[in-house]
Design a protein around this ligand. Structure first.
Ligand code: IVH
Length: 685
C-alpha cells in the first residue's frame, strides 16, 4: 500500500488477523480467549492506525465491529450527494479558510463573513426524506452518492418525527445519528451481561444499532438524532443557514441547542474554546466544531471541491493529550491469562479527567515506542477509549534508563508466559493454578456447555474461591464431603441456606457422570473449544485410553500427540496447545484428580447423525430408566433441543407415568408422543 509505512501496515495486518481469530472464537466456537477489554484494546489500536492511514480501513475487521458486514440493505441513490468536510486544526487554518472564502467571493474588506457554528458530533450521517410531511425514507450516507435504505430502523428512533407540520412537499434533511456516552456504557454493560458483542465506542454502537436487519434491535437501542443540513427541498427556503435551521426546527426536527451564529473568526474561535472546555461534560462525543458560511447565496457561489463544500469546514479538537512521568510498567493478567502492560503514571489531567494509568497494549508496542521506566510520556484520551501512551519525549529521558524487558513468567503465579507464533499477546500457562485466571477458569468449568452445574454461577464460584472452599476443579466434587465436616458449613454462609446448599450438592453429584468431550472442553485448554474437544475425545475413545496415552510417560504422550495430528479437522496449533497443557505438571495433576473423581462416559455418536438432531423434545411425567437431567443431557448431546413446555414447535413429547397437562396439550396440537422405551429405542438405547 502506498504511503503507509511498512511497520504500520504489518502491525495492522497482524492485529487484524488476531481480531478475526477472536471473532471466530467468539461467534463460531462460543469460546472467546480474550477479555472484552483486551479485545477492545486491539480494536482501539486498529482504529488508531486507520485514523493515521485511512487506506488501512479497506477490508479491516473494524468495519465489522458494529456488525456492519452482516447487514444487507437496499441501496438508495441520494438525490443530492451527501458531502464530507475539510478538516482544520489551528486558528491559523480557520483564518486561511475565511480568507479563501473572501478571495473566492471577492468580498470588500469591511464585508463580514458570518459563520454558523455547530458541534461536530461523532456519529453517522443520515438522510431523511419527507414527502407531504410524511417520512418516506431514511438512508445512510454510504459513499456519499449511494447509501443504504434503513427506513424501518429509522422509524424506531424517537427523536425522528414520522410527520412534519407545514413542511414543503419534498423535504430531505440530513443529520447525525448518535448514542449518548451514558447510554453507550449502559448498552455495553447489557451486552456484556448477555454475552453479546461489546462496542468499541459510541459511534460504532450507533452504527451497529442503526444497521440492523431487525428493526426491533434498533428500537431497543438508545439512538438520538440532531439535524445539520438538508438535500432536496421543493419550494423556497430562507436565505441563511441559521434561518433555514430554525425553519426546519419549527417543523419538529431536533436541533442542537449548542449551535449558534457568529459574526467573524473571533466569534467562531470563542465557540470552539467554549465547546472544547465543555466537551468532557457533554453527554455525547463531539470531535470538533463545524463552521458553515451563513449566507446561502454565498454557499451556492462557493460550491464544492472534490467531495467537500468550499463553504464549510470541520475544526477538529486536538486529541486530548498531556505529558507526565512513567513511574513503572505493571503487568496485568487478564481472566484468560493475557499479560497486558499498563503504564503507571504520575497522575495528570487529560482533557479534564485525571489519568494515572494508560494502556501500553502489548510488548511489541512497548518496543516500537521504546517506552522505558522513568520516561516522560505523552498520554492521550480519545472519546471513551482507555487512555493510551502515544510517545516518549526522548529529550527528557533520564540517563541510564534501560529498555524494558517484557516478563516471560506470569507475575501472579510464576508460570511460564508464552507468546504463540503470529500472536501479539503473551499468555500465562498457569491456567487453573493462576489466581488471576482460576475464577474465570472455574466459571468456564461449570458453565452450560461444560459441566453445566446448576446453582454454580460466577458469583457462587467467586464466593467459594474467596472462602477457600475450592482451589481447583476437583474441589468442586469434594465440596459436599468437606462441608459435612466443616464447622462453617455452606448453609450458614452469606447468600446460602440449607436448601440452596443441598440443591448445589445434588447438582454436583449429578454431574459426576460426564462425557469425555465435555470434560476436555471444561478444562479450558487454549484452542480446544467444543468442536475440538469432541474430535480429541473421539480419537481417544475413552477416558481410560486418554489416560493411558497421555498420563503414563512423556514418550507415550509424544507418540499420542503425533497420532492426534492425523485427525481430520485438528490442526497442529490445537494439538500443540493440547500437548502444552498436558506438559504442565499442575495440569497433568488436575486431570488425574478429575479422572479419579468422575465417571467419564465415552463420546457420543456424532450428534448430527442422530435421528433426533434438530428436534425439539419435551419430557413429561416420571422417567424410569434415567433422571430428567440425564435424559436432557443425552438428548442435547444428540443434537436435540429440550424444552420445558409443549408448543407448536415441539416435535416429540416423551411421556412417562403421571404425565398430565403437557400430554393433553401434545394431543391437542397433534405432536408426536412416545414412551420412554420408544424414545430409548429411537436414540439407540
Ligand atoms: S455538515 C455539507 N455538520 O461529519 C457538509 N456534519 O466529516 C455535510 N457531522 O458526514 C456535513 N456533525 O456525518 C455537518 N454539525 C455537523 C456535523 C457533521 C457531525 C459529520 C457528518 C459528516 C461528517 C463530515
Amino acid at each position: 500500500m502506498t504511503g503507509i509505512p511498512e511497520a504500520a501496515a504489518a502491525e495492522h495486518a497482524r492485529i487484524a488477523a488476531e481480531v478475526r481469530e477472536h471473532d471466530r472464537r467468539y461467534y463460531e466456537e462460543d469460546a472467546p480467549t480474550v477479555t472484552d477489554a483486551e479485545y477492545d484494546a486491539l480494536i482501539a489500536r486498529l482504529l488508531e492506525l486507520e485514523e493515521a492511514y485511512p487506506a488501512l480501513k479497506a477490508g479491516s475487521p473494524t468495519a465489522m465491529v458494529a456488525g456492519q458486514a452482516v447487514a444487507k440493505f437496499d441501496k438508495v441513490l441520494h438525490s443530492k450527494p451527501m458531502l464530507s468536510l475539510e478538516k482544520v486544526f489551528t486558528e491559523e487554518d480557520v483564518r486561511a479558510f475565511v480568507t479563501g472564502i473572501r478571495n473566492f467571493l471577492r468580498l470588500d474588506a469591511e464585508e463580514e463573513v458570518a459563520l454558523y457554528a455547530e458541534p461536530k458530533i461523532d456519529g453517522l450521517s443520515l438522510s431523511l426524506r419527507y414527502e407531504r410531511g410524511v417520512l418516506v425514507q431514511g438512508a445512510t450516507r454510504g459513499d456519499g452518492r449511494e447509501g443504504e435504505n434503513v427506513t424501518p430502523n429509522v422509524r424506531t428512533i424517537a427523536a425522528i418525527p414520522e410527520r412534519l407540520k407545514g413542511a414543503p412537499d419534498v423535504l430531505e434533511v440530513r443529520g447525525e445519528v448518535y448514542m449518548g456516552k451514558a447510554d453507550f456504557l449502559a448498552l455495553n454493560a447489557r451486552q456484556a451481561e448477555a454475552g453479546e458483542k461489546i462496542f468499541a465506542n459510541p459511534r460504532n454502537a450507533a452504527a451497529g444499532s442503526l444497521r440492523q436487519l431487525d428493526p426491533a434491535i434498533t428500537a431497543a437501542r438508545p439512538l438520538r438524532f440532531f439535524l445539520h443540513g438538508w438535500g432536496e427541498v421543493s419550494g423556497p427556503m430562507p436565505p441563511t443557514q441559521a434561518e433555514c435551521m430554525a425553519w426546519l426546527g419549527a417543523f419538529g426536527l431536533p436541533l442542537n441547542p449548542r449551535s449558534c451564529l457568529t459574526r467573524d473568526i473571533d466569534g467562531v474561535m470563542a465557540v470552539f474554546r467554549r465547546l472544547e472546555a465543555e466537551r468532557a461534560a457533554i453527554d455525547y462525543d463531539i470531535d470538533g466544531v463545524v463552521y458553515k458560511v451563513d449566507r446561502l447565496d454565498w454557499q451556492d457561489r462557493l460550491g464544492m471541491v472534490s467531495r467537500a463544500p468550499r463553504w464549510a469546514v470541520a475544526h477538529k479538537f486536538p486529541a486530548e493529550q498531556a505529558q507526565t512521568l512513567l513511574e513503572g510498567i505493571d503487568i496485568q493478567v487478564g481472566r484468560t491469562g493475557a499479560l497486558t502492560p499498563v503504564a503507571r503514571l504520575i497522575p495528570v489531567s487529560v482533557g479534564g479527567v485525571v489519568v494515572s494509568n494508560a494502556t501500553l497494549h502489548n510488548e511489541d508496542e512497548i518496543a516500537r515506542k521504546d517506552v522505558r521506566v522513568g520516561d516522560t510520556v505523552v498520554v492521550q484520551r480519545a472519546g471513551d477509549v482507555i487512555p493510551q501512551v502515544v510517545r516518549v519525549q526522548l529529550d527528557r529521558r533520564p540517563a541510564g534508563a534501560e529498555p524494558y524487558v517484557f516478563p516471560d513468567h506470569c507475575p501472579v503465579c510464576g508460570s511460564l508466559a508464552l507468546r504463540e507464533e503470529g500472536e501479539v499477546v503473551r499468555r500465562c500457562t498457569g491456567g487453573l493454578t493462576c489466581e488471576a485466571q482460576v475464577v474465570e477458569r472455574l466459571r468456564h468449568f461449570v458453565s452450560r456447555q461444560a459441566f453445566d452445574i446448576e446453582g454454580l454461577g460466577e458469583k457462587q464460584v467467586k464466593a467459594l474461591w474467596d472462602w477457600g472452599l475450592i482451589r481447583g476443579p476437583g474441589d468442586i466434587f469434594r465440596l459436599e464431603e468437606q462441608d459435612a465436616a466443616s464447622l462453617t458449613p455452606l448453609r450458614n454462609r452469606e447468600g446460602w441456606g440449607s436448601l440452596s446448599a443441598r440443591n448445589l450438592f445434588e447438582a454436583i453429584r449429578e454431574r459426576r457422570r460426564i462425557t469425555l468431550p465435555r470434560l476436555l472442553f471444561a478444562l479450558g485448554i487454549r484452542h480446544v473449544g467444543e468442536r475440538n474437544a469432541t474430535l480429541i475425545a473421539r480419537f481417544f475413545g475413552s477416558a481410560e485410553a486418554l489416560a493411558e496415552a497421555c498420563l503414563t510417560s512423556e514418550e507415550r504422550r509424544a507418540q499420542a500427540l503425533e497420532e492426534l495430528q492425523t485427525v481430520d479437522g485438528l490442526g497442529p496449533i490445537v494439538v500443540e496447545a493440547f500437548g502444552q497443557f498436558l506438559a504442565e505438571p499442575h495440569n497433568d495433576a488436575t486431570l488425574r484428580d478429575l479422572l479419579s473423581l468422575l465417571d467419564v462416559l465415552p463420546p457420543e455418536a456424532r450428534a448430527s447423525d442422530s435421528p433426533v438432531a434438530g428436534k425439539t423434545v419435551v419430557f413429561t411425567g416420571t422417567l424410569e430408566r434415567m433422571t430428567r437431567d440425564e435424559a436432557k443431557a443425552r438428548a442435547e448431546s444428540l443434537g436435540a433441543k429440550v424444552s420445558g413446555s409443549v408448543s407448536k414447535k415441539t416435535d416429540i413429547v416423551v411421556a412417562g407415568p403421571g404425565a398430565g397437562s403437557k400430554l393433553a396439550k401434545a394431543a391437542e396440537l397433534g405432536v408426536q408422543v412416545m414412551s420412554e422405551e420408544e424414545w430409548l429405542a429411537l436414540i439407540g438405547g
